[in-house]
Write a protein that binds this ligand. Structure first.
Ligand code: GDP
Length: 194
């Protein structure tokens, strides 16, 4: 029999026999200013506080969630720490990532274009079984919307991503984003106890 895929070793093998916790490296991508840091702070701390951005850039933050199938996922979230201005992030940033969140701002067509660039980067450097989410952030600013749900959904569908609109400001769909990623992660092999 063939052994089930282990998804770039990103599962927590040490705890595999006594828990169903999956440890997942998640990388954030997207233009500067689209709200990446705010999304992480909303998810991890339940706050909307753009001024604490510095603390995110310093390293990664982690957050654990429990899914309905009693799987626990520990996300280790890597923010670009402002390096998105460079043409390409170091391959080290993508290495071992089990999930990627590509963010744009629904009021900025430029940021949607840039998101497509990051998706290509992921297709080049990321693992083939990485779970990719396309996120239209700042959904609270719908009155100034410039990117339609239809075009984003179509782009996501044709690139094997799932699509969701969020607001770090109002917290809309932030938890749902991470839950959806968790649901789509390949499950680790069932450990057989003797
Ligand atoms: P990053 O450069 O992608 O990390 O972006 P930040 O998280 O620093 O956010 C950039 C700016 O967008 C800040 O001024 C935030 O207040 C604002 N922002 C972030 N998320 C939202 C959102 O969901 N709605 C609105 N209205 N503003 C947001």
């Amino acid at each position: 029999t063939s052994s089930p895929a282990k998804s770039n070793g990103s599962f927590d093998e040490r705890g595999a026999s006594d828990s169903k916790t999956m440890r997942i490296k998640l990388v954030l991508l997207g233009d500067s200013g689209v709200g990446k840091s705010c999304i992480v702070l909303r998810f991890v701390r339940g706050q909307f506080d753009p001024s604490s951005k510095v603390t995110v850039g310093a390293s990664f933050l982690s957050q654990t969630i429990a899914l309905q199938d009693s799987t626990t996922v520990k996300f280790e979230i890597w923010d670009t720490a402002g390096q998105e201005r460079y043409a390409s992030l170091a391959p080290l940033y993508y290495r071992g990532a089990g999930a990627a969140v590509v963010v744009y701002d629904i009021t900025s067509p430029e940021s949607f274009q840039k998101a497509q660039y990051w998706v290509k980067e992921l297709q080049k450097f990321g693992s083939p079984d990485i779970v990719m989410a396309l996120v239209g952030n700042k959904s609270d600013l719908h009155a100034s919307r410039k990117v339609t749900v239809e075009e984003a959904q179509e782009y996501a569908d044709s690139n094997g991503m799932f699509f969701i609109e969020t607001s770090a400001k109002t917290a809309d769909n932030i938890n749902q984003l991470f839950e959806e990623i968790g649901k789509r992660l390949p499950r680790p092999a069932t450990t057989q106890k003797s």
